[in-house]
Design a protein around this ligand. Structure first.
Ligand SMILES: Nc1nc2c(ncn2[C@@H]2O[C@H](COP(=O)(O)OP(=O)(O)OP(=O)(O)O)[C@@H](O)[C@H]2O)c(=O)[nH]1
Ligand SMILES: *[C@@H]1O[C@H](CO)[C@@H](O)[C@H](O)[C@H]1NC(C)=O
Ligand SMILES: [Mg+2]
Length: 390
């Protein structure tokens, strides 16, 4: 009988040898020249239970270091993306926002060390700057949004906009009364990526106040975006309130009739429509979480698309949200393989959450209840996403 100590050492050596064998035959690993050891890629599929067949969700070559690889490792020369966290916020959002930032630091950014850009149509207070910067060792930049890209444009007929707001109040549409909310939606739809503080970056991850990040992230999702040429990453999807977008789809159809060349060959129309584009099923990725390619928004296709929609006035005559605006563009102007469901990022924005299932939950040391998971609830659209790959 071996002494317990020797038994552990034996097991440890056994593990190292078998991991080494596994890695040495794995192409992703062989191609990697990284300062820390990577585990082989995980099929996105094996981390969820009760889901459609193996091939349902595209395989992603996520390179996964273990938590131990990261602890104390020298990551200074690790592969990085040119990426940034983007936070649109008011000074009054400070405290709920700190909850989100603190979690992002604890779960991911303490080792990844990406910058933050904070944007506001008013000057950020000294207090806001001090407390946000105090939570991170990364660079924080604070930008003022120019009035002409924030406020309701002069060419909007205020009488008509006001009548629309009053109608929405009557119908009890959430934020239906609010002009600032509409300014926010329009800015997030068509202008955030043009802010000068974002000019030097290629990828962004949006953070909102009062959200939760449940799991440790031991790989860099920005590198997934970059290596796989993804343009849009999400965790949650759902149906939009039709009262907020009654004429949006007609406008989109008009636009793509004018510009069929912008529609990607292998697009994700099936996520948006069950009749080949005739009607919109109201599905969208929930944009309070999004990891995206800024150059996608800077493309002529997106700029023309936003401009066309903006001229329709629907941000003010209705209450078009940035979630359907981003989602429709990503689904139509990119190939479906360029959308990515970040299944292993546990996330909550009231009142819904995505909780990683099975092995991913363990690997991420997630603290969400796996039973509390919106993915395949009736009001989720994620089954329309997975169906794209069946
Ligand atoms: N600077 C600024 N930021 C805003 C304004 N309105 C909203 N935001 C920010 O824009 C993002 C979206 O606003 P939210 O109020 O969270 O909207 P929502 O997620 O649809 O609704 P909630 O359920 O209330 O979270 C958040 O990051 C807010 O901090 C505004 O008037 N000015
Ligand atoms: C989509 O894929 C096709 C090949 O299937 C390719 O020709 C095209 O350039 C891709 N479109 C985009 C927007 O990447
Ligand atoms: Mg919010």
């Amino acid at each position: 009988m071996l002494m317990p100590k020797w038994r552990y050492i034996g097991i440890a050596i056994g593990c190292i040898v078998s991991i080494h064998l596994l890695l040495s035959i794995h192409p992703t690993y062989r191609a990697t020249t990284s300062p820390y050891r990577f585990l082989p890629q995980t099929s996105s599929n094996e981390i969820i239970s009760g889901l459609p067949p193996e091939s349902a969700v595209p395989d992603v070559s996520i390179q996964l270091p273990t938590a131990d690889d990261l602890r104390g490792a020298d990551l200074s020369s690790r592969p990085r993306a040119n990426a940034v966290f983007v936070v649109l916020a008011r000074n009054s959002d400070l405290w709920p926002l700190l909850e989100s930032i603190r979690q992002m630091e604890d779960r991911f950014n303490h080792w990844a060390k990406y910058d933050y850009v904070f944007l506001n149509e008013e000057e950020f207070s000294e207090e806001f700057k001090r407390y946000t910067q105090s939570l991170t060792s990364s660079n924080c930049y604070y930008g003022l949004i120019p009035a002409d890209v924030w406020f309701q444009p002069d060419w909007i007929d205020e009488e008509k906009a006001k009548a629309a707001r009053e109608e929405m109040i009557r119908k009890k549409v959430i934020y239906g009364h609010s002009v600032p909310y509409r300014n926010m939606c329009r800015f997030q739809s068509g202008n955030f990526f043009r802010h000068e503080l974002l000019a030097k970056y290629d990828y962004y991850w949006r953070i909102e106040p009062s959200v939760k990040y449940f799991c440790d992230l031991n790989y860099d999702p920005f590198l997934v975006m970059q290596n796989e040429k993804k343009v849009y990453g999400f965790t949650l999807s759902l149906y939009e309130y039709i009262e907020t977008i009654p004429t949006l789809w007609d406008s989109v159809k008009e636009f793509i009739a004018l510009h069929p060349e912008y529609v990607a060959a292998d697009n994700a129309m099936g996520f948006l429509s069950q009749d080949g584009g005739e009607t919109y099923n109201k599905c969208h990725f929930w944009s309070n979480f999004e990891i995206g390619d800024l150059n996608f928004y800077r493309s002529q296709a997106y700029l023309d698309y936003f401009d066309f929609l903006d001229k329709k006035g629907g941000f003010y005559y209705e209450r078009w949200g940035d979630a359907p605006i981003h989602s429709i563009a990503a689904a139509l102007f990119a190939n479906k393989s360029q959308l990515h469901w970040f299944q292993d990022i546990g996330y909550r924005h009231e009142p819904f959450q995505h909780c990683p299932q099975g092995e991913a939950h363990t690997r991420g040391k997630c603290w969400c209840d796996q039973q509390n998971n919106f993915d395949f609830e009736w009001y989720s659209c994620t089954n329309k996403y997975t169906a794209l790959f069946q």
